[in-house]
Design a protein around this ligand. Structure first.
Ligand code: FE
Ligand code: CA
Length: 557
């Protein structure tokens, strides 16, 4: 334990722990009991018994090599995460096959003079020696600092995270960022370094493609990576072949999470994690991958990929991957009465995709329109969740909703995008109907996946693209996927040349978006990098849009 003086610290612990004790109905309190109580309160499902533990850990290197992270803030707490991996790319991250006790501390200040909660969790070999603590009993709408301590290795880096506002509060502002698509081998994570310096972020919504599943050696000619001095730095590449097994996925996360800029972003704010296709396999949906693998075989890959996703990210116990496949990854986060965030899973419950070319080897699909991109249960859940009194609704999801049309390479118009909402027009129509039936004008959609900025308005009717809108949509570009890019490229002009009157901005730059949400306006800043293939890229604000809650229209500011 650290702090300026034991008496003062004990007093603080004692006072704040009273709330915990009341919740747990403990008749009496001493400090040791409080620590155990808080630990068990926050203890993760399945972590009850220690099993074989490493009593006196002797690590070969600093075990907090993958940093720390926090996630899914609620008014009284959040998740804190770390994973012990003294040798990130070695077998088992360089850890013995033993459980390791890890202490954790939550403080009201960066120096840990005022520790308000502390406890102990187990880093288990079954879970890749990851630690998830679901902290409760804190005050709303304020920052907390956290760290982990393990015997024989000292303390982890320190992270900071803000609790959400109280449920009945109307906060003056909530500040979010949106990021994703971070192909390690196609660029540096300087955008994440800049994101880590954004002031007072309440959360970062990650729309997915946190890792990519492909083998080493891809795209090194197309996307050469240079260090800050301009020398070819070829070591920024995947390791090994395409990933299939749990150990493969764990090692891929370890590679990505070794990046100091990504670690800085996680340490600076809570992440609200979702996932898209590349966490498992390109363009997968429901039970199907892109290679016509039998569904019962693909299900095994999907399960181990989601286990590794869980192990490596700061998500709550409700996102624990269940062997029966019943995990619900979609969920809601409320920011008082200002904002309700609906985090969607547009991959797990999809109907099978429809093929553009029925003769294609990838054409796995029966004729007719696929029924749903979310599945009926999630559609009903979203519809019911839109019935609320919040000033704003944010639908935080993966693939674009707008009915974008594009020119093909031969100038022909592409008929639809089978992997996006465009491939599931019934789902899109039902979403628009949910919004229209409730006369909601305050729906903002955050999207990723396309490795471009694309900001527009979702029309009420697909066949009336310049008609009234149902929602605004901010498709945030990639952190690094597709390399440096540029303002104009074939990837962008194929959309801008195809009409799409509802599309107000498109480019092929890298970066992220920020949302400054107040009761009266939603301000979105489109932040872009001048380069990502060479280290040291600079960030600028390319465009700013304002939306008011009474009309789903984009205004340039
Ligand atoms: Fe991507
Ligand atoms: Ca994707």
């Amino acid at each position: 334990m650290r702090g300026p003086g034991p008496r003062r610290r004990r007093g603080r612990i004692f006072r704040s722990s009273t709330q915990v004790i009341q919740k747990m109905s403990y008749p009496k309190l001493d400090r040791r009991r409080f620590l155990l109580g808080a630990g068990s309160l926050a203890m993760f499902a399945g972590l009850g018994h220690a099993g074989r533990t490493w009593a006196a850990p002797a690590f070969t290197a600093y075990p907090f090599s993958l940093g720390v992270a926090s996630g899914d803030p609620w008014p009284d707490g959040f998740v804190i995460w770390t994973r012990l991996a003294p040798e990130p790319l070695a077998e088992h991250g360089g850890m013995p096959m033993l459980a390791v006790p890890v202490k954790w501390e939550i403080a009201e200040d960066a120096r840990f003079a005022r520790i308000v909660l502390a406890g102990e969790a187990l880093a288990r070999p079954e879970l890749g020696h990851s630690v998830h603590v679901e902290v409760q009993g804190l005050k709303p709408a304020r920052p907390y600092w956290y760290r982990f301590i393990v015997g024989g290795a000292g303390a982890s880096p320190v992270g900071v995270v803000r609790t959400a506002p109280a449920a009945d509060d109307l906060p003056g502002r909530v500040r979010l960022a949106v990021a994703g698509c971070q192909a390690y081998y196609q660029g540096w994570y300087d955008a994440y370094r800049h994101l880590s310096e954004e002031p007072e972020l309440d959360a970062v919504f990650h729309y997915g493609d946190y890792i990519y599943e492909g083998p080493a050696g891809r795209n090194t000619d197309k996307f050469p990576i240079y260090d800050a001095a301009g020398n070819l730095a070829v070591e920024r590449d995947h390791v090994g072949g395409e990933i299939y097994t749990l150990d493969d996925y764990r090692r891929r996360y370890a590679l990505y999470k070794s990046d100091p800029d990504l670690q800085a972003a996680h340490a600076s704010a809570a992440f609200v994690m979702s996932f898209d296709d590349h966490e498992i396999d390109n363009d997968w949906g429901g039970e199907w991958d892109q290679d016509r693998t039998p569904p019962e075989v693909f299900a095994l890959r999907r399960f181990v990929a989601m286990q590794a996703w869980y192990e490596n990210l700061p998500v709550r116990r409700t996102q624990f991957p269940r062997v029966d496949g019943g995990t619900r990854y979609f969920r809601r986060l409320d920011y008082g009465r200002l904002l309700r965030m609906h985090v969607l899973d547009t991959r797990s419950h999809r109907a099978n995709q429809r093929c553009l070319d029925p003769s294609s080897a990838r054409c796995r699909y029966e004729a007719g329109e696929p029924s749903s991109i979310m599945g009926p249960a999630q559609e009903a859940w979203l519809d019911a969740g839109l019935d609320n009194g919040a000033r704003w609704n944010l639908i935080a999801q993966q693939v674009f909703v707008m009915p974008l049309k594009a020119r093909g390479s031969g100038g022909e118009e592409q008929t639809w995008f089978p992997d996006k909402w465009d491939g599931y027009p019934g789902s899109r129509a039902r979403l628009v109907k949910s919004i229209a039936d409730r006369k909601l004008t305050n729906v903002v959609i955050a999207t990723g996946d396309a490795h471009m900025n694309a900001i527009g308005e979702v029309p009420l009717r697909d066949d009336e693209p310049d008609g009234p809108a149902a929602a605004t949509e901010f498709l945030a570009t990639s952190i690094s996927s597709n390399g440096d890019g540029g303002i104009d490229s074939a990837n962008v002009t194929r959309f801008t040349d195809a009409g799409n009157p509802f599309l107000k901005l498109a480019d092929n730059l890298r970066g992220y978006h920020t949302f400054d949400v107040t009761p009266d306006q939603w301000r979105a800043d489109v932040k872009v990098m001048d380069q990502v293939q060479r280290k040291g890229g600079r960030l600028s604000t390319r465009a700013r849009f304002v939306v008011t809650p009474d009309e789903p229209r984009l205004h340039r500011a």
